[in-house]
Design a protein around this ligand. Structure first.
Ligand SMILES: Nc1ncnc2c1ncn2[C@@H]1O[C@H](COP(=O)(O)OP(=O)(O)OP(=O)(O)O)[C@@H](O)[C@H]1O
Ligand SMILES: Cc1ncc(COP(=O)(O)O)c(N)n1
Length: 535
């Protein structure tokens, strides 16, 4: 706690169930990547209720700041007073202040109405190199530091606050962090965003900055578990880092306010550990936003369902797994129908006429040949190399199973080698899907052969084992090999790829995927019923 504790008004803490009310006092970035705009997104992304008192207007985009307008500080005071006279504020995040009169206004307000959590991001210069705090305001900023519970300078700001050169490596930055913490009596978050990868901590064996992006909390008066807590992080290779500092500080303020509400005490380390992976993913997902030609913004809501735009209409992208679950639901009736077929019941109890079994095997071999070609097409148009490899391997497996059918099962049997009507229709349907041009439609069409076959196989295998796996069963060898762990794993992968394809697809394409899947599921039923009708 800081010297400001004595000024604390009786502000009720956020309760466990209450949404933290977080105020950002910062400048406006009309391009939406930094400043108050980033703060509000960040607060909302962490479940807080965001408020904004604007200190300055900037004219900026992802390439730089072209103008700054600072309204009279008295108007900022009016905004802050209006808020604290009516609203209990759980946390405040302070960003761009622009000039000394603004800093004085904020300090004056904190003296009257300091919220329970104060995070100060001492914004001085933007990523683009433009000044966001007048040089003459540096002294005034110093007077504000002790009012903060957490100060979050980047490496350049840390150096300016200490009137020292910028630290050359991570170890030097941590030492500076300690000096600033001691000087102000607050906790300092040393940010590794501007470290060049690999500068290391200077300690042999310490690889905390081997190309990574660590941050560290420093407190010299016993507020942390240790004086120094380093939270390592992966460095995301992107130039879209506009507003990371703003986003981080308001996210931390929000999470800390929530933890205060839940436990009555904050935990900076827990807050940082929660926020850092979110920011990493926001940086990773920044490519999905197409904003500007310079240092673009991070994707604050990367974790929230996306929407796709089609024919001027917005449609919801299903949550992960939802499309696959809907397909599985749609196939329930088909699975039940399969288990109700005479062919399946007779295969299970051993009463299946050999002629029908031979017909089934011969058709299966022909089907697999066509299926393999269709899987090879999926490999050809797969969006990722992993998918390409998966479908190519599946295509190869199919051919291997086909030749195994001929070598082991069909060589000793007399079976008609004519393409049956169901086999032909099923393969034609798959071929049609493969020329549709849609990867999603194609993988949805091939999925039932994985999924329903795997489930039928597992059930039949289970029944066979439950019956004591009798050697005398005429189809014992077939049933014994029916449930295959590798095939089950491949099926899960095929389901996951289909689900991912659906999430990337337009609403119309998803409908076509469902249709293709359902038609194939229907053919699965008919395929198992074909021996009865056509053998
Ligand atoms: N390329 C990156 N990959 C992963 N994390 C990053 C990357 N760049 C910055 N960060 C993280 O973003 C946060 C902000 O760090 P940074 O040192 O860039 O602050 P800043 O300079 O104040 O930010 P800003 O760019 O908004 O001014 C830190 O948690 C840092 O670790
Ligand atoms: C209004 C405002 N506040 C803060 C920043 C710093 O963010 P960055 O260093 O990422 O440009 C900014 N550019 N604009």
């Amino acid at each position: 706690m800081t010297i400001a504790s004595s000024f604390l008004p009786p502000v009720p803490a956020a309760s466990a169930s209450r949404i933290p009310r977080v105020l950002a006092i910062a400048g406006s970035d009309p391009s939406g990547g930094a400043g108050i705009q980033a703060d509000l997104k960040s607060i909302a992304a962490h479940g807080g209720y965001g408020m904004a008192a604007i200190t300055a207007l900037t004219a900026q985009n992802t390439r730089g700041v072209s103008a700054v307008h600072v309204p009279p500080a008295s108007f900022l005071t009016a905004q802050l007073d209006a808020l604290s006279q009516d609203i209990s504020i759980d946390a405040v995040k302070i960003g761009m202040l622009g000039e000394a009169s603004v800093i004085d206004a904020v300090r004056g307000w904190l003296e009257k109405a300091r919220p329970g959590v104060v995070v100060l991001d001492p914004v001085m210069v933007s990523t683009s190199g433009d000044r966001l705090l007048r040089e003459a305001a540096a002294d005034a900023l110093h007077t504000l530091l002790p009012f903060a519970d957490l100060i979050t300078p980047n490496l350049a700001e840390l150096a300016i606050l200490l009137n020292e050169p910028v630290a050359g490596n991570w170890a030097g930055a941590l030492e500076q962090g300690k000096r600033l913490a001691a000087l102000t009596g607050t906790t300092v978050l040393v940010k590794g965003g501007h470290l060049d990868g690999g500068s290391g901590t200077g300690n042999p064996g310490d690889r905390s900055n081997d190309g990574g992006c660590p941050d560290a909390l420093v407190n010299t008066v016993g507020l942390l578990a240790q004086d120094l807590v380093v939270v390592p992080g992966e460095r995301v290779p992107t130039r879209n880092s506009h507003g990371t500092g703003c986003s981080l500080s308001s996210a931390i303020a929000t999470v800390q306010a929530r933890l205060m509400g839940q436990t009555g005490a904050g935990d900076w380390e827990a807050a940082l550990r929660e926020v850092k992976p979110w920011l990493r993913e926001a940086l990773r997902a920044s490519d999905r936003l197409d904003v500007g030609t310079g240092n673009g913004p991070v994707h604050h809501f990367h974790h929230v369902q996306q929407h796709t735009q089609e024919h001027g209409q917005t449609s919801r992208v299903p949550a992960e797994g939802a499309f696959a679950a809907a397909l599985r639901d749609a196939a329930t009736a088909d699975l039940e129908a399969i288990h109700g077929l005479d062919f399946i019941k007779a295969l299970a109890d051993g009463s299946l006429p050999e002629k029908e079994f031979a017909y089934y095997l011969a058709q299966d071999a022909m089907y697999l040949n066509g299926y393999s070609r269709v899987l090879a097409r999926a490999a050809a148009i797969a969006p990722t190399e992993a998918e390409q490899l998966f479908w190519a391997r599946s295509a190869q497996n199919c051919l291997e199973v086909e030749s195994e059918l001929h070598r082991t099962w069909l060589s000793t049997r007399t079976a008609d080698g004519t393409l049956g009507p169901v086999t032909k229709s099923y393969v034609d349907h798959l071929l049609a899907a493969s020329v549709s041009g849609s990867y999603g439609v194609l993988v949805a069409a091939v999925l039932p052969c994985f999924w329903l076959y795997a489930e039928v196989g597992e059930t039949l295998h289970g029944q066979f084992l439950a019956a004591g796996a009798p050697d005398a069963h005429p189809y014992a060898v077939w049933l014994r090999t029916y449930a295959d762990a590798e095939f089950a794993a491949a099926t899960r992968q095929a389901v996951a790829y289909t689900d991912a394809a659906a999430r990337a697809a337009s609403a119309g394409e998803r409908d076509a995927m469902t249709l293709a899947f359902r038609q194939s599921a229907r053919y699965e039923v008919e395929f198992f019923d074909a021996p009865r009708l056509h053998a």
